[in-house]
Design a protein around this ligand. Structure first.
Ligand code: ASP
Length: 335
């Protein structure tokens, strides 16, 4: 009986101490950044109304992700939340409003990575999945694989209860017109910068437990061949996260980002050379990719909560909330 009482008391004390330890655990800084695509952007080609709408959606997404972090949620939950909101917005090239491939079909790519475990999930070339980032997360948490593509990914999505939408949900008139223009240019053998990659979306975050995560989602590039897979679902190219260095989500001409292993290269430079986050981002985005001819940008966060929003184009839809809780939103390269 006595032993039982002592054991109970010890158990109770341990529980209280554990509770206190949890309640009083020093919460680290949190930070988040999002993007919704980089490319040729000018105020002349846009309008104050369109810009205001884009800024409002960026703010909504970054604030929602930040709220997850400040309420103790994980960086994985924060990036999933932010990317889901951007996928649901019709003017970004991910989920609803995605660009069309050359067959007039939306083929979606997405990925997510957990910097704590180096677990990752990705889907490529999927159709009718409302939120490809949530499917990528299911691949990470609910399968033995990192990447699933096409019909196999869709079958897995159905098993997992992922939400599907019909074609009409994804279609926007603007994207359809972009496809017609791209096809006309093709037949005229005219060349122009593909501006369809204005609006891929992504998020990176640091949570209070010191864990990093990154996620990216896209419809790819207008008029792409069916079956083309870009950098977004390729871990290390469009998305990477490692608690020892940084978390990165990229946007731009995917073929270049794949060949540059852009996201991983930024993290590797931090890990191997001791470069700061901004130095590593500049080396890859402003030097290496520029020399290759690869246009685009990245968002990144390191374990201290430093943020980098770096792009070699005239604009990148972007927003962040830093470790001080300061909100930043930008579209053009002069702001
Ligand atoms: N990187 C994407 C791709 O090549 C496009 C983009 O970022 O807008 O599929």
């Amino acid at each position: 009986m006595k032993m039982h009482t002592i054991a109970m008391t010890l158990f109770f004390l341990a529980a209280v101490l554990a509770g206190q330890a949890h309640a009083g655990a020093p919460a680290g800084p949190v930070a988040i950044a999002i993007h919704a695509g980089a490319g040729s952007m000018s105020r002349e080609d846009s309008s104050p109304e369109i810009d205001a709408e884009i800024r409002a959606t960026l703010e909504q997404a970054v604030r929602a992700g930040h709220e997850v972090l400040t309420s103790g949620g994980s960086s994985l939950d924060a990036v999933s939340m932010a990317v889901t909101i951007l996928e649901d917005a019709p003017f970004f090239n991910a989920g609803r409003g995605a660009v069309f491939n050359s067959e007039g079909v939306n083929e979606l790519d997405a990925s997510i990575m957990d910097g704590r475990t180096l677990n990752a999930g990705a889907v490529a070339g999927v159709h009718n999945v409302r939120n490809p980032v949530l499917l990528a997360r299911k691949v990470m948490s609910g399968s033995a694989h990192v990447m699933l593509a096409g019909p196999g990914a869709e079958a897995f999505a159905r098993e997992q209860g992922i939400v599907f939408e019909d074609d009409a949900y994804f279609r926007t008139e603007r994207r359809w017109q972009q496809l017609q223009e791209a096809k006309a240019m093709e037949t005229a053998q005219a060349r122009r910068e593909p501006d369809s990659w204005l609006s891929t979306v992504g998020a990176v975050a640091l949570d209070a437990q010191g864990n990093l995560a990154a996620a990216t989602s896209t419809g790819g590039m207008t008029n792409k061949r069916w079956g083309r897979i870009g950098d977004v679902p390729v871990i290390g190219a469009g998305t990477y996260a490692d608690n020892n260095s940084c978390a990165v989500s990229a946007t731009g001409h995917g073929e270049y980002f794949i060949r540059a292993t852009a996201a991983r290269d930024i993290c590797a430079r931090i890990e191997y050379t001791g470069a700061s986050l901004q130095e590593a981002a500049d080396q890859v985005v402003m030097q290496k990719l520029v020399e290759m001819g690869g246009r685009g940008g990245i968002i990144a966060v390191d374990p201290q909560g430093h943020l980098s929003l770096t792009f070699n184009t005239s604009g990148m839809h972007r927003a962040s909330v830093d470790t001080e809780g300061e909100l930043y939103i930008g579209i053009y390269n002069d702001e």
